[in-house]
Design a protein around this ligand. Sequence first.
Ligand SMILES: [Zn+2]
Length: 146
Amino acid sequence: MSTSTPENDGSQDTDQGDPSNVTDDQWRERLTPQEYHVLREGGTEPAFTGEYTDNKAAGTYSCRACGAQLFTSDTKFDSQCGWPSFYEPLAKDSVIYIEDTSLGRTRTEVRCAACDGHLGHVFEGEGYGTPTDQRYCINSISVNFA
Ligand SMILES: [Zn+2]
């Protein structure tokens, strides 16, 4: 599917455009091997190793691959699970959900709606006492904090 766009030859436009059009090779260039493994291959960083697990500063968490804003510190809570945890995304349509049966049980994978990058999983009904009773368990390496 290569439709030509003569009015835009891309020479000035090094800054991508639609992140859903980025090829696998381009992601490999843009991301570190660790970022690529988590964001593009659905990997998981080891528990308690992520840089934002205990981050309590106020700010916004954006997709490390495409920059879309995903979560805010307002909804981050201390889950003790070893990964940054949020009880809801910044906006309903900022993330998408995919059923994941990879570990022999059904989990719900959370991806960036803009670039389809893997962020983590969402769990429900764990009794954390958050407003939604949901835990968005997000890899630090999938996001940037600002
Ligand atoms: Zn993204």
